[in-house]
Write a protein that binds this ligand. Structure first.
Ligand code: SF4
Length: 678
């Protein structure tokens, strides 16, 4: 790496310790080598004992994002048509003056709800979201965003059943004698779970993987159930039915520590193995083998992921999976129970947001295209996108792009690189990466909380979220006196408001001591965070929320016209869509040979993947490592990755999951044909 094209780096090199705050369960501690003010290498450090010195290939390449050709280096104002670039450099003062003027105008003419902030986990630390940004938009009485693109159905289920009780962490995986990995692929997203899974297997643990693809992990499993996507609920209910009907349910545990088991049992009653197997496209005997193994093995752990949530049944499926350890009596021992997001394990709220949220309208981020319709009342007139790439990551991509093309919509994109969304912006503002500022990284697999510190000066004219939202708060006249101003003050303010033990750890060591020694044992050292410390296996509010009722299966949306299920799982290349700007091999649609042959398709063919919502053109990969009837494109693609500039989200409906308002990416039903066939 060089300071300028061709000029070799000279001078002493030094190492800066920081932490990765990206949207990944692990929060690796990092050692970043710097020479002449530039990053030379990024590696893992041993400060975090769980991530223990190694990191993913994605973040190893993060320097290519920091210094890459796509980096946004200075503010710019659009001069060309929306979607096609054509920007002119501007000063920060001119760009922010324009943004403030358009926000003020929208607020005056159409009300605060005509302003829509749009963000997700692109910068997932505690400082870069829900701090100064939330203060600004609350004071403007802007529309509120339901941030539900991921983890909303599982979150609703986990909260409803257990109040988001802390869950088993990686260190205790080797204690389990059976691990069921359901809807997760740790080798792609959460790599530090893998050595613990291996250690468990070496110690004799059995492994079950439930995934429609034959992943590397599935190949090493004792049993692999390749379910038809969207049918996890049916399979989980068949398991419950068997536990209840065969005397395998732990009635003593259910009586002492749960409520609602009878209602769950009622809803599971129709689900014989045969019926579930028919829906899921697997053998009834295989489902029975899994539940019998589960019933007879302890400690038994279910690693509940997010794959099972991305469909019409996703909330109920997640709830039914999470209910299994209660019904089978798998809690109360180290290595037993379930593991999923541990983000709530620290048990603190964002107390730095000191004023109540105004009760303005809520717009579900998965329905951005609908919200950007000119017929919405009041219309969205200012869209402020940060920490997110809405044009690439939101379902019903065509409708989203149509909305972004509206000439009367003023779009601000505050970003690190020129994303697909930035090409639709009226104003682009350059944002710092996590290597150029402070953040507090809270992992959600292991339980850790660490302070990230600046490794290098901001590149170009990039500024932090705190600085920019703080300045806009001033310019719009909604700042309160004595509020923190700028990144450093905001960081100190947030740390000051953390609970005592956490605050002192961050101040003294840059990291907090995890509660429960970082290794909670469910129903032993931690309990459901509910009023009576019991698990509620049939929460009334979830029953009311689910359109067909909790644990009620909604049929597959396939039609004869669009018979194939399209999934878009996480890959080893990107963190959601972050880092998708980096070079990668050609993106291909994965299809089973049994689906390719009748369509006359062969490996490498150019194909059209289509439904009533859109078309994606790309090459085909034929392989038996996906179940028949299901095809796959990677999650997190940008428009540049396919021949016609659309991603899997062009084919994903903007319908919502049964619980939590989540995205139904895996309810995309499609047809595939040779490109040029029609
Ligand atoms: S993305 Fe995950 S695995 Fe990669 S460096 Fe960050 S925390 Fe570690």
């Amino acid at each position: 790496m060089s300071t300028e094209a061709g000029a070799p780096l000279t001078g002493p090199e030094h190492t800066v310790a920081t932490v990765c705050p990206l949207d990944c369960p692990d929060s690796c501690s990092l050692d970043v080598r710097v020479q002449n003010g530039r990053i030379t290498t990024i590696d893992g450090s041993h400060l975090n004992p769980v991530t223990d010195g190694y990191i993913c290939a994605k973040v190893r390449r993060f320097g290519e994002r920091v210094y890459g050709a796509d980096r946004v280096l200075y503010p710019a104002i659009r001069r060309g048509p929306k979607g096609f670039g054509g920007f002119e450099r501007a000063s920060w003062s001119d760009a922010l003056a324009m943004v403030a003027a358009r926000i003020a105008e929208a607020r005056e003419r159409w009300g605060g709800e005509s302003i829509l902030p749009y963000s997700y986990g692109g910068s997932n630390g505690l400082l870069t979201q829900d701090t100064s940004d939330a203060i600004l938009f609350r004071r403007l009485a802007a529309s509120r965003l339901a941030r539900t693109v991921c983890a909303a159905p599982t979150g609703a289920a986990n909260m409803g059943l257990y109040g988001k009780m802390p869950s088993v962490t990686y260190e205790d995986f080797p204690e389990a004698r059976l691990i069921i990995v359901w809807g997760a692929n740790p080798p792609a997203s959460g790599i530090h779970a893998v050595p613990y899974l291996r250690k468990a297997q070496r110690s004799g643990a059995r492994l079950v993987v439930i995934d429609p693809r034959t992943t590397s992990l599935a190949r090493q499993a004792d049993i692999h159930l390749a379910l038809r996507p969207g049918t996890d609920l049916a399979v989980a209910l068949a398991m419950h039915r068997h536990l209840f009907e065969s005397g395998l349910a732990d009635e003593a545990f259910l009586a002492a520590h749960t409520k609602g088991a009878d209602r769950l049992r009622e809803r599971a009653a129709p689900w014989t193995f045969e019926r579930a197997a028919f829906e899921a496209g697997v053998d009834a005997a295989a489902i029975r083998a899994v539940v019998d193994l589960y019933a007879s093995t302890s400690p038994a752990l279910i690693r509940c992921g997010w794959g099972q949530e991305r469909n019409r049944n996703g909330g109920s499926a997640s709830a039914a999976i999470l209910a299994l350890p209660a019904v089978a009596g798998k809690f109360g021992v180290r290595g037993g129970g379930y593991t999923m997001s541990n983000s709530a394990s620290w048990g603190f709220a964002r107390t730095w947001l000191t004023e109540p949220e105004p009760q303005t309208r809520v717009i579900n981020m998965n329905q951005l295209g609908r919200a950007l319709s000119p017929d919405t009342t009041p219309p969205v007139k200012v869209l402020f996108v940060y920490n997110s790439n809405a044009a690439a990551t939101t379902p019903h991509q065509n409708l989203v792009l149509k909305g972004l093309e509206r000439e009367d919509l003023f779009t601000v994109v505050f970003e690190q690189v020129m994303t697909d969304t930035a090409h639709y912006a009226d104003v682009v503002l350059p944002a710092t990466t996590f290597l150029e500022g402070y953040d507090l990284a809270r992992s959600y697999g292991p339980i850790s909380l660490r302070l990230g510190t600046p490794v290098i000066e901001p590149v170009g004219e990039a500024r932090s979220n705190a600085d920019v939202f703080g300045e806009l708060t001033d310019m719009l006249g909604v700042r309160r006196e004595s509020e923190p101003c700028g990144e450093l003050e905001e960081m100190l303010d947030v740390i000051e408001r953390l609970p005592d033990a956490i605050r002192s750890g961050i101040r003294e060591r840059g990291s907090a001591t995890p509660p429960y020694d970082g290794r909670p044992v469910q129903f032993s050292t931690v309990w459901p965070v509910t009023a009576d410390r019991k698990a509620d296996l049939f929460p009334a509010h979830l029953e009311a929320e689910a359109p067909a009722g909790l644990y009620v299966y909604q049929a597959d949306p396939a039609t004869p016209e669009y018979p194939l299920t399209l999934i878009s799982p996480a890959s080893e290349r990107t963190i959601s869509s972050t880092l998708a700007e980096l070079p990668r091999p050609a993106v291909r649609l994965l299809m089973h040979p049994d689906d390719a042959a009748p369509r006359g398709l062969a490996d490498g063919d150019a194909v059209r993947v289509f439904n009533a919502l859109g078309v994606v053109r790309c090459p085909l990969q034929v392989g038996a490592w996906i179940r028949p009837g299901t095809v796959s494109l990677p999650k997190g693609l940008w428009r540049r990755h396919t021949a016609n500039g659309f991603t899997a989200n062009a084919l994903a409906p903007d319908t919502l999951t049964d619980l939590g308002g989540g995205a139904c990416f895996n309810d995309a039903r499609v047809q595939v044909e040779r490109d040029g066939a029609s």
